[in-house]
Design a protein around this ligand. Structure first.
Ligand SMILES: *Cc1c(COP(=O)(O)O)cnc(C)c1O
Length: 449
């Protein structure tokens, strides 16, 4: 894909110039027609869900903040009416009749969506080791994972991960709690406070001067060279992916409890911030299994790191990086500063994803401020990326929406912005995000507030 061709290619041109845009995926198709060709099934999602249930007693015992949900690592689903007004106002859109927010920003233990996939993969490895060493039997109470024989076993094993920060937090906190030797390879953009927090918990933090892909590659190399060591491969792990997918089963219950109908006439449209793709991909994969064609999923990426959009649009998936088209992969959106998408997720999502859109850093900061003011919700910039989704669809033409079946039912839709992180952010960092939001509102929108 030569840079010279951009002038004739409006999508590539927008990507190269960091202009916010919506892209509809021409390859999206009906769920029924692809269901049997997918590499993972509903049974796999259910198995992951059952594993998390087995560990519920353990979580209740060692992480008291999970007690109110009986040891389930789950977040609230809330209506954000004031927030919806504020966002619509900012983006020159109409307030949607129903905008929900899924507050994974406030998931227990590690305060981000990574508390789903990351923790799940550590548990799966721990369970497999315990099983292989004869420590488990039918009906055993999983609080045993907090006992001396289990900790002694895990102390002989290592877990390694490469991360921009949040996955490192999840894997680091969970692995350290179980007693594993854990190493987190952090990319250059990872925040100081995340490294400090992990070191305080006894995690070995290795700092890199390069971006996410290199941190992952170094981690992979180290893990492969170390016997008895498990590498959590954020670019390729089906285990992580399944951990995320369980969110769909939980969301189904939450929607039902709030008497929100999801069917062909009342579509559910979900907007998910995307980095390498595992988190949003896993959730979307689960949602398609639960709601089929009644759910429409969109990924949101920073204008400086639109790796999944570029991979799907070009059809090259992980064969192209944002740097290849001249972008710097620098963004305030922690977790989304990824230059090359997961090959696995790109291929799985190609027939399932309705589209993607991009968001610039000013918009993200402004949205963080609006959510603080309107909803008293503290989210990090990446977590705000789902909020502009409804406005993109509102502004899209009938011809744009017809192929994805949304031309006639948009007015009845439930829009859901997936808030992916924020609760672990220290107070002084929050204040900085808020101030940058104020600045962006003044500079980019001329709103004196
Ligand atoms: C990691 C992360 C994402 C995206 O998840 P991927 O699996 O990297 O696509 C979104 N938001 C936040 C806050 C994250 O930490």
């Amino acid at each position: 894909m030569a840079q010279a061709s951009a002038a004739h290619d409006p999508v590539l041109d927008d990507l190269q110039h960091c202009r916010e845009r919506l892209w509809i995926n021409p390859k999206v198709t009906t769920f029924e027609s692809v269901k049997t060709q997918l590499p993972l099934s509903f049974a796999d999602i259910e198995e992951a869900s059952a594993r998390l249930e087995r560990f519920a007693a353990y979580f209740q015992a060692v992480f008291p903040e999970t007690a109110e949900r009986a040891g389930m690592i789950e977040s609230k689903l809330i209506r954000i009416d004031d927030g919806a007004n504020a966002v619509a106002d900012l983006l020159g859109a109409e307030t949607p009749s129903q905008l929900l927010m899924k507050c994974d920003s406030h998931l227990p233990i590690s305060g981000s969506i990574k508390a789903r996939g990351g923790i799940y993969e550590v548990l799966q490895y721990a369970e497999q080791l315990a099983e292989a060493h004869g420590l488990l039997h039918e009906g055993i109470d999983y609080t045993c994972f907090d006992s001396a024989p289990f900790k002694a076993l895990f102390a002989q094993h290592g877990i390694v991960v490469g991360s921009t920060g949040n996955l490192g937090l999840s894997i680091g906190i969970m692995s350290a709690k179980l007693g594993f030797k854990v190493t987190v390879h952090m990319s250059a953009d990872a925040r100081e406070w995340k490294k400090a927090m992990l070191r305080a918990k006894g995690v070995n933090v290795v700092e890199h001067t390069s971006d996410y892909s290199v941190a992952v590659a170094q981690g992979r190399e180290e893990a492969l060279a170390t016997p008895g060591c498990h590498f959590v491969d954020d670019e390729d792990s089906k285990t992580l992916f399944l951990g995320y997918s369980v969110a769909a089963l939980r969301l189904k219950q939450q929607l039902a409890a709030q008497q929100i109908t999801v069917d062909a006439e009342h579509p559910l449209i979900v907007y998910l911030p995307c980095g390498v793709g595992g988190g949003p991909g896993g959730v979307a994969f689960g949602l398609k299994h639960v709601f089929g064609d009644a759910v429409h999923c969109f990924f949101a990426e920073p204008t400086h790191s639109p790796c999944m959009l570029l991979g799907m649009y070009s059809g090259l998936h992980n064969g192209i990086s944002v740097q290849d088209i001249g972008l710097d992969n620098l963004t305030c959106a922690d977790g989304l500063a990824v230059g090359r998408p997961s090959a696995f997720v790109g291929a799985v999502m190609e027939p399932l994803l309705d589209g993607l859109y991009t968001v610039n850093d000013d918009t993200l900061h402004a949205l963080v401020k609006l959510m603080t003011d309107a909803e008293a919700l503290s989210i990090e910039p990446s977590a705000a990326a789902g909020l502009p989704g409804f406005a993109w669809l509102q502004k899209a033409s009938h011809e744009t929406l017809a192929p994805i079946g949304l031309a006639d039912h948009l007015a009845n839709a439930t829009h859901l912005a997936w808030a992916t992180g924020g609760n672990m952010v220290p107070e002084e960092e929050r204040a900085k995000y808020y101030a940058l939001g104020e600045k962006a509102l003044k500079a980019a929108w001329g709103i004196p507030r």
